[in-house]
Design a protein around this ligand. Sequence first.
Ligand code: HEM
Length: 386
Amino acid sequence: MLRPEILRDPAPVYTAWRENDPFYWFEELGTWVLTRHQDCAAVLRRLDRFTSDWRRLGERVPDELVMLQTVDPPEHPPVRRLLTAAYRACDHVTLVERTSARVRRLLAGVEGRTADFVDEVATPLTVATICDLLGVDPPDPGWLRRVSPPVIDTMDAGLRPEVIPAGLAARAELDELIERWMTEHRPGGMFSYLAQKLPGAGLDRRLVLNSVRSTFHAGFESSARLLSLALLAFTDAPGTLPQFMRNPESAVEEVIRYTSQVQVLARGCLADTEVGDHRVRAGEGVTLIIGAANRDSAVFRDPEALRLGRSPNPHLGFGRGLHACLGAGVASMQARVLFSELAGYTMVRREGEPAMWDSGTLRGVRALPVTLGRGGDPACATPTDR
Ligand code: HEM
């Protein structure tokens, strides 16, 4: 999973798994590995049989990791309701306006020269957007660059248990920031809502703040990975980006399907259950390869092609059911705003190969050198770009 060629394009491996053994028992990790869309979707639907809360299977879960994504009902719904209410209380019209202005500013700053799209556009954009939503000032970029990767590494802890201590230490640093933001925030953002409602809500404060930490972290990391992987996909398939404006909504759904930032979701089986023609036994793990499900030819015609007008597009990129992504709207909005702007550029050229993050769970580009340009410069109108 972590070999460079697989990180760059996991699709061939996924296709081989899906075609040869779509319901594969991975002895080393004690888990089934599922690659068919119908099986992954079935597991996400069966909340009564498949849990996100490993404590229910007798595992010890550190307090730092108990959050919205890792709890079941009855703990989950009230926390989800609180965060959803905080999210909805924000002024989303202003958020879109500010994001549009920021996109134009960031793109103008890199126009006409070779720049790292991840460092100079995707990350500053998504950090600023999630901080706008939360109603706080963005933290120091250097600090964020240091604490964020260990958090992501822990998502691969099944493959690399040695990453856990650094991941917990990084979360402790983020927790200090979240605690500070509970008192230092602007009116109108999620923190201002939470600071008012949390004290009387009768909820486990630690669980809520861990969930807010994860909202902040997913808010910029998953979104930045979407934007960079999407640009990589557009440069891999010349001629696609200019089509973005034909239907930006379906185009965003398609890049999410095609790039699948969240490659893997994990669940534990609570009671013996049939999934398709297989029986999963109580206590066994189930690893859903979302990246593979999103390329399943049983559901998507011509799945290896980036087709911006694809409809319907029942991808699993934002999950499904109870735990479906809380921030899907904000992530999609940023992609819509950014690529609507870039679709008007005459030059969107990748300068060499990208550097990929070595993560099996949350796929991403670490560095993506590009030259972006528009207007009358003839150098901007090479046929490879359009
Ligand atoms: C392209 C960007 C994003 C992708 C691909 C993505 C993907 C996902 C997926 C697959 C899940 C389901 C996890 C599971 O079932 O175990 C999820 C949950 C979640 N996401 Fe996102 N996400 C993105 C952006 C965001 C943003 C911007 C936010 C915050 C504003 C966010 C906050 C959350 C939260 C809080 C959950 C947990 C929901 C729950 O358990 O009830 N995500 N996300």
